[in-house]
Design a protein around this ligand. Sequence first.
Ligand code: ZN
Length: 257
Amino acid sequence: MLIDSHCHLTYEPLTAMRGEVLLRAAEAGVTQMISIGTDLADSRAAIELAAGHANVFASSGVHPHQAGKTEAGWEAELRALAADTNVVAIGETGLDYHYDFSPRDRQRAVFEGQLALATDTGKPVVIHCREAHADVMAVLAGFTGLKRVVFHCFTGTLAEAREILDRGYWISLTGVVTFKNSRELQEVARFLPPDRIMIETDSPYLSPEPVRSRRPNEPALVVYVARRVAELRGVAFEEFAALTRANTIRFFDLRLD
Ligand SMILES: [Zn+2]
């Protein structure tokens, strides 16, 4: 049994085939999933979805790509959304200097606003960091009251992973770890301590090998991520599945019934 700790069930093509997606997840042993919000409307959609499905949880956040589009009052709105019982985290939030879709000062301000919200609510934070490691670490250092922090879809270096772990933060791996050219990331996957690792699809993006080029990603395919990381770590699939499942429940404080 596995949990997909980060997916976007509100994105196409997952929305259009949601029934099948949830069915295939169940068939693959993916018992829960967290649909991550990327702006106010998307967070609202994730919350609605979670309300209708006992095995779907939501997060509420503003992705750095959307930071430039926030309007006055966004923080109060996000705070109201975060109060929903199905919201298990703040984010995804952070800095993206690869695409730079939002001005960097706006990215930073919106990131800081969400870290303040996470501090106030005691909810964990899901970080999106792309080519912005030093600045993300610097901003995070200003918030000492954060409960738990995960760098989602980690694709950085071993040195960056060490810094993240030294701060007590977590790391989550996607299907990128299954790609043949991801040598350093595979090193990271071997090196991560067992109590600070999670896995995710980030679907509909980043479909893992061996189905990478054949189909869009979806929660059922987190099995391939688990299989590859277990292999890299030299542990049995079942053992690794149980470990990451327990970690995800602990990180997000999931209430399962
Ligand atoms: Zn994402």
